[in-house]
Ligand binder design. Structure first.
Ligand code: GDP
Ligand code: IMO
Ligand code: MG
Length: 438
């Protein structure tokens, strides 16, 4: 086939990846924005608008400090030279895509000709979102606490082979028939919830036209970019502990959020990947339900929530907070194979007298040698902690790693040693400049 680039056996490694290593909201967006300055393409490979990535950057000729909240679109778009790409593994809610684009344009970011969407990506519809809510109600006290963006139901449609993909929009009669069948199926399962099927189909006819210039064959797009030595940055969404296979199932999202999802979601081989940066908070946070061994309920939790502004970008929910869990981090490092780490929000620990990190789990008196799959075990583990003296701070004005207080550096270096992976980036504030490079 002439249009497909010729495969190459030589490792390419021009793809860099940013992945969440904990339960999300580690600060992936901020690092992505920083790294986007040196890439041609920033891609999302999995998830949908359940993600919430906040970027604080000075933009435009007047250098105005601006806050951006990305959900579905890649954060790399803040850089005006960067092209955004939604890969085949992403689930796309088209109205949200447009409203996010419109918001960016209103903030002065021109995105015309800078965003492309794989024709193999699956679509999320409003009825998926309704069903997301109904499923949660059905679960009652054991609900997952989803973002209600329809992510689980859309990936369920995909896995059950009845989902609709972007390319289906361009054979509209077929699209409309499949759509009706899909909604009928949901009615049968969940009762006749209020939903204007025909109105939605009509809306999608218009959406399809607006979307048309953005659609590409995702495989040709990414492999042509690789063949012409374009630098590609993959922005992970959600995080490893929310991964469908390796997270705390069933309190997870419905996609592969780890390194495997990068290959399947973009259609690229592992040898195309060079750097894999794991983003980790200096403590732990979690939104939604599920076990959290190092969770705190005391004044330190309030400190982390307030100083760390731990409120969800997507749902506005207050995030649960606790100490950093190195047992979980080792598990995360094994699965994703990070080549280096970005420790974030170290400044949030300023002023805490004693800082703890989890270094082991015991269950029924015995040391566990794994991160347990069984949540009833995880919920009962006894956590072993190492305690560190804190530092006064503030560290947010520090510009060199060597200027950090001794106790602060001792904390960072212990984490690095425990994980066996270099901490190359240290975040000391939300802005672009508040990032120490070691
Ligand atoms: P993401 O989902 O991984 O991109 O993370 P979120 O954007 O949801 O949450 C991280 C929040 O912390 C955002 O509001 C960032 O602006 C902020 N942030 C990122 N890095 C740092 C840091 O090093 N220090 C502080 N104080 N805030 C940070
Ligand atoms: P970013 O990219 C934090 C959580 C939800 C819920 C579970 C399932 O900003 O780090 P879903 O709507 O995906 O079916 O919800 O996963 N969750 C996140 N938590 N950050 C995220 O993304 C998340 N994406 C999903 O809170 O517990
Ligand atoms: Mg987030």
């Amino acid at each position: 086939m002439a249009s497909l680039p010729k495969p190459s056996v030589a490792p390419k490694t021009q793809v860099s990846v940013v992945l969440g290593s904990q339960w999300g909201d580690e600060g992936k967006g901020k690092l992505t924005d920083i790294l986007a300055a040196d890439v041609d393409i920033c891609a999302r490979c999995a998830g949908g608008n359940n993600a919430g990535h906040t970027i604080v950057a000075n933009i435009g000729p007047d250098n105005v400090k601006t806050k951006f909240d990305f959900h579905l679109l890649p954060s790399g778009l803040v850089n005006p030279r960067c092209i955004g790409f939604l890969g085949s593994g992403v689930v796309v809610h088209v109205p949200s895509l447009f409203s996010e684009l419109d918001t960016l344009e209103k903030k002065g970011l021109k995105c015309d000709g800078r965003l492309f969407v794989s024709d193999r990506a699956h679509l999320v519809f409003d009825f998926h979102q309704v069903v997301d809510g109904l499923k949660e109600v059905e679960l009652g006290g054991s609900s997952i606490g989803t973002t209600k963006k329809g992510i689980g139901p859309a990936y369920s449609s995909k896995a059950s082979r009845s989902g609709l993909r972007v390319h289906h929009l361009y054979d509209f009669e077929l699209f409309a028939n499949k759509f009706r069948k899909l909604v009928e199926g949901r009615f049968k399962r969940y009762g006749n919830f209020e939903y204007d099927t025909e109105g939605e189909i009509a809306r999608y006819r218009a959406f399809a036209e607006r979307l048309r210039p953005l659609i590409v064959d995702g495989v040709t797009f990414i492999h042509s970019a690789l063949a012409s030595n374009r630098r590609i940055l993959v922005e992970g969404a959600n995080a490893l502990m929310l991964d469908l296979d390796y997270g705390t199932y069933p309190f997870v999202t419905s996609s592969s959020t780890g390194i495997g999802g990068v290959c399947t979601g973009l259609g690229i081989p592992p040898l195309a990947i060079g750097t894999v940066v794991g983003v980790m908070k200096a403590y732990t946070s979690r939104v939604g339900a599920g076990p959290f061994p190092t969770e705190l309920f005391d004044e330190t939790c309030v400190h982390l929530q307030e100083v760390g502004a731990e409120y969800g970008t997507t749902t506005g929910r207050r995030r649960r907070c606790g100490w950093l869990d190195l047992v979980m981090m080792r598990y995360s490092c094994l699965i994703n194979g990070y080549t280096c780490m970005n420790l974030t929000k170290l400044d949030v620990l300023d002023g805490i007298k004693e800082i703890k990190v989890a270094t082991g789990y015991r269950y029924q008196g015995k040391e566990l040698t794994s991160f347990p799959a069984d949540l009833s075990v995880l919920a009962k583990v006894e956590v072993e902690y190492k305690t560190f003296p804190g530092w006064e701070g503030p560290i947010s004005e520090v510009t060199e790693y060597s200027q950090l207080p001794d106790t602060c550096r001792a904390y960072v270096e212990y984490l690095e040693d425990f994980m066996g992976i270099p901490i190359t980036w240290v975040g000391v504030g939300p802005g672009r400049l508040s990032m120490l490079r070691r």
